[in-house]
Ligand binder design. Structure first.
Ligand code: URA
Length: 220
């Protein structure tokens, strides 16, 4: 049996739905069950670049003096090194690669969590972050915000390092995942390309796109 969560009472100011037609088009192609591993991975890469564009919209810039072929000018640049992209292993890698091609100066952290199949709770097995996290803005990436347990555990762990800010980026989520995140971390904005209908009894998003890790790595 599947349950639905009433979304009407969920405060949504912290949920950013990336509804750009290019994002939606690519997501639809990825959802199709007959999309090959190759095209799934390529589409995820392209989609991640588009999502990076949205999630970094408020990134601080600094003025720098440069010279064009014609004259000197003051122009804006971001300090990519202040940004940390944190991938929740293993499926987060798919988003990480695309985002890094847009923000190549970003530092990278990894957190390994597996989902206990019985409790669906997240268990940490790996954690490696850059130094000086208190000076950094963190973007955590994981394609599926399903039960929300992995995201909540990852954010709680990263919060112990007191970064300047944390955002969470996924491809797909559902009312249950949003509710879990909002209960645990109401201060962390969620960026997603879609909010699907519901979770099934195995913690998969419906209609969803299946197991994101298996589809990225062809391990099904
Ligand atoms: N993880 C996935 O890969 N897919 C889902 O639908 C839920 C969690």
């Amino acid at each position: 049996m599947t349950k639905t969560t009433n979304t009407s009472r969920l405060p949504d100011s912290q949920v950013h739905l990336l509804d750009h037609p290019l994002v939606q088009h690519k997501l639809t192609l990825m959802r199709k069950k007959d999309a090959s591993t190759n095209s799934f991975r390529r589409l995820l890469n392209e989609l991640s670049m588009l999502m990076a564009y949205e999630v970094t919209r408020d990134m601080a810039t600094q003025d720098v003096e440069i010279e064009t072929p014609l004259e000197k000018m003051t122009a804006k640049m971001i300090d990519g090194k202040k940004l940390v992209l944190v991938s929740i292993l293993r499926a987060g890698t798919g988003i990480l690669d695309g985002m890094l091609s847009v923000v190549p100066g970003a530092r990278v952290g990894h957190i390994g969590l597996y989902r206990d199949p019985k409790t669906l709770q997240a268990v940490e097995y790996y954690f490696k972050m850059p130094q000086e996290m208190t000076e950094r803005d963190v973007i955590i990436v994981d394609p599926m915000l399903a039960t929300g347990n992995s995201a909540v555990a990852a954010i709680a762990r990263i919060k112990t390092l007191k970064p300047k800010s944390i955002k969470f980026v996924c491809l797909l989520t559902c009312p249950e995942g949003i509710a879990t995140m909002k209960a645990a971390h109401p201060d962390v904005p969620i960026y997603t390309a879609a909010i699907d209908r519901q979770l099934n009894d195995h913690g998969y998003i419906l209609p969803g796109l299946g197991d994101a890790g298996d589809r990225i790595f062809g391990t099904q």
